[in-house]
Design a protein around this ligand. Structure first.
Ligand code: 3HC
Length: 711
């Protein structure tokens, strides 16, 4: 067996080093080897104390998340965790001071191992956390029992439900760590351990007694947390399980509380919620691996940028760069357009400031990074130009030709187009290898997705640079192919088609939006369109009509175009699918006019409107997404189903606990999805044609994720 844990003696102290790159995850063998090494330290007459430390850049980033796939039933989990709990108790019972020396991260099982040590020391920049709930599970190695004893129930509840890591200074103040080491961590830890050995000091966290007042306050904090989770953890089970486990820790002796923790963990680890969240954890890391673009592909540093177009998207993109500390030129045709754009940017920052997320000084510093301009002066200095002008092919082509003329040959030329053909811009620029799509999602400074659109001639270095840049901008970059609407909007056209048709068939705008927000989306299709602007879609439809195409097969509802003709563009005009208090207001009320339009359009198409069940709304819309997603995959416009899931989670707020539209389809069962497509085809027409990939997978008895994702 590989040596994942090293044992050595240093200055009379046993040093146990966990060395399982890249993050020292606790694979099953690592647990065993830590156990052996601690036992050896206890038995070693030359060792007065034991220090546990991580090799490389971190302490321990937690249990090995992949290993949870092996736990098929709650009973599997109960057996496994019984062993882990016993192992940690053995460590805690060591008769020599056992000190965890933390640098980088002590997360999940990593912090639980540290809590089973008698003391914890850390570097100043280290972080500790219990992020399990973000994976749909709870701390399962004693964290819900030891952390409240160590840091109090309120802190434990915050850390275990929210999952956000805590920096060392705060952890010190909370009692989670005992000392911050300045200078060399191992030397500091050894000195600390020797001092404890000299004083014969050992402290077992599990033996800390919480006072009756502490218990009462803790139970009240549990109630308060449950109430607040109704808003912050809608549709999730794990954060509630965390509260139950901590509650058990407050009311039961350690061993009984631990059994309750293990039971709750066992239920969570086999849940679809946890499988979905674990899937997303790895999918998010997979997206950075792009076929044909080696890990060590050449990249350029992006230190200066320019954005052309100071509208809603351009302004949001400029903010994104400025927020990342990158100076950005913001160009528009005239002063008036720039003033409008800057006004919106200023208002956005004011809102951020009013929420306490930025200070006035930070806002001024960030705004100072955005330089408005009506000329191309300074464009020869920038490393990237992002075009964000109107969605008009000719205008964009002219913009690319101009941008290529005024920039250096190695400057990346990116387009924020949400639909148009990148290759046409590439040709217009005369520098096709430098041209790439950078499709941001609205609001660009908030949404985490960046669709990186690979044109026919886009250089590998430009793709690699885009991926690196997306991280710097705080985005998740997903490389997609150059088809109409790319991946996100191509699939969205089918989602919207079904929403419009369901409206014509008898559902209401409010019902459809409610059903989808109940499903877990932050906003339903109509609310979303009122935010994005009904005019945007209408202009795309006009362009498509001019070249004889449509966005999705099947009947095209006339209602959105009728709203467009009435000047009802959504929130910005004070009316769209809903009525708003005033232009720009978010306060909405239903509008009977929509019902009237739906009746008229239904009549024209010979549809007898009927009550529609909520279940049909979810089934129709999600089936449309999965079927088109299958086509996107088959045509290789997305590399993996996980890429589509990440696009929907970060671009549209698809509920994480459902894993994305492709994972969700697997959880429903692809044979059910296929039979729905066939049923809709029989009911509505041939535009509901099953994607060939869907048929093939069902015939093979597989899902988008093979056989394993949900078993
Ligand atoms: N298990 C398995 N693999 C892991 C892992 C883990 N706990 N943590 C990270 N990895 C892998 C990643 O998949 C990635 O693999 P790849 O290179 O093949 O894509 C590699 O390690 C590096 O990870 P990142 O790309 O995320 O590296 P960063 O430096 O950006 O981030 C990190 C490091 C902050 C530690 C981040 O990886 C992270 O948050 N990890 C997960 C932490 C976590 O959730 N821990 C709890 C696990 S559950 C648990 O402990 C249950 C317990 O209560 C019993």
């Amino acid at each position: 067996m590989a040596d994942l844990v090293r044992y050595e003696l240093k200055d009379g102290v046993a040093v146990v080093t966990i060395d399982n790159p890249p993050v020292n995850a606790l694979a099953p063998e690592v647990w065993g080897q830590i156990d052996e090494a601690v036992k050896r330290g206890v038995a070693d007459p030359s060792a007065g104390a034991i220090v546990l430390i991580g090799a490389g850049t971190t302490f321990i980033a937690g249990a090995d998340i992949k290993a949870f796939d092996l736990l098929r039933t709650p009973a599997d989990s109960m057996t496994r965790s019984e062993g882990t709990h016993a192992l940690l108790k053995r460590m805690e019972d060591a008769t020599k001071p056992l000190v965890a020396a933390i640098h980088g991260n002590a997360l999940g099982g990593g912090l639980e191992v540290a809590q089973a040590c008698h003391f914890r020391v850390a570097t100043k920049d280290a972080k500790v956390g219990q992020p399990e709930a973000l994976l749909g599970i709870i701390p399962g190695a004693g964290g819900t029992q030891r952390l409240p004893r160590l840091a109090g129930a309120t802190m434990a509840l915050e850390m275990c439900t929210g999952g956000r890591p805590v920096p060392a200074p705060r952890a010190l103040a909370a009692g989670i760590i005992d000392h911050i080491v300045d200078g060399n961590l191992l030397d500091g830890a050894i000195a600390f351990a020797k001092a404890k050995a000299g004083a014969h000091e050992i402290r077992k966290v599990r033996e800390i007694v919480i006072s009756p007042d502490g218990v009462q306050a803790g139970l009240a904090a549990c109630d308060a947390m449950r109430a607040s989770l109704k808003n912050t953890a809608k549709g999730m089970a794990a954060p509630y399980a965390v509260v139950s486990a901590i509650e058990a820790g407050l009311t039961l002796p350690f061993d009984q509380g631990s059994v309750r923790e293990r039971e709750l963990f066992a239920d969570c680890v086999v849940s679809t919620e946890s499988k979905a969240l674990r899937h997303l954890f790895f999918a998010e890391r997979e997206v950075a691996k792009v076929p044909g673009v080696p890990k060590d592909a050449k990249t350029n540093d992006i230190t200066r940028a320019a954005v052309i177009g100071a509208g809603t998207m351009g302004g949001g993109i400029a903010m994104t760069y400025a927020n990342a500390g990158i100076p950005v030129l913001l160009k528009d045709v005239d002063r008036a357009a720039l003033e409008r754009g800057l006004g919106t940017i200023r208002r956005n920052y004011d809102v951020t400031m009013s929420k306490g997320k930025m200070t006035a000084e930070q806002v001024e510093k960030t705004m100072a990074l955005i330089t408005p301009t009506t000329t191309y002066d300074g464009f020869d200095q920038v490393d990237i130009v992002v075009e964000a002008v109107f969605e008009n092919m000719e205008l964009k082509k002219t913009t690319f030709a101009e941008a290529a003329r005024v920039t250096r040959a190695d400057c990346v030329l990116a387009s924020n187009s949400s639909t148009l053909d990148i290759d046409e811009f590439a040709r217009a620029s005369g520098r096709p290898a430098q041209v790439v799509g950078h499709h941001f999602f609205s609001p660009a400074n908030v949404m985490k997705l960046l669709e990186i659109v690979r044109g026919r001639e886009t250089g590998k270095d430009v793709i690699a640079t885009s991926l690196k840049l997306s991280k710097k901008l705080g985005k998740v970059g997903v490389v997609v192919g150059n088809c109409f609407g790319f991946v996100a909007n191509r699939m969205l056209a089918y989602y919207m088609r079904e929403a419009y048709l369901l409206l014509e068939e008898g559902a209401s705008v409010e019902q459809i939006d409610r059903v989808l927000t109940d499903f877990g989306l932050p906003v339903g299709p109509f609310g979303m369109q009122d935010i994005a602007g009904i005019d945007v879609g209408a202009r795309i439809r006009q362009y498509l009509a001019s070249i004889g195409k449509s966005r999705a097969e099947g009947p095209q509802s006339a209602i959105p175009d009728r709203l467009f003709e009435m000047g009802r563009y959504g929130q910005k005009t004070g009316a769209g699918w809903y009525m708003y208090d005033a232009p720009g207001s978010r306060n909405r009320t239903p509008d009977l006019l929509i019902e009237q339009l739906a009746n008229e359009e239904a009549k024209k198409r010979g549809i007898v409107r009927r009550p529609i069940a909520d279940e049909e709304i979810v089934a129709r819309i999600m089936t449309a997404l999965a079927n088109e997603g299958a086509r996107v995959l088959e045509e290789q416009f997305a590399t993996r189903p996980g890429d589509i899931d990440i696009i929907y989670v970060y671009g549209f707020g698809f509920p994480r606990q459902r894993g994305g539209p492709m994972f969700y389809a697997d959880s429903v069962g692809l044979s059910t999805v296929l039979s729905r497509v066939n049923e809709y085809r029989a009911r509505f027409g041939d535009y509901w044609e099953p994607a060939p990939l869907l048929g093939r997978l069902v015939a093979e008895g597989r899902g988008f994720y093979g056989e394993s994702a949900l078993t």
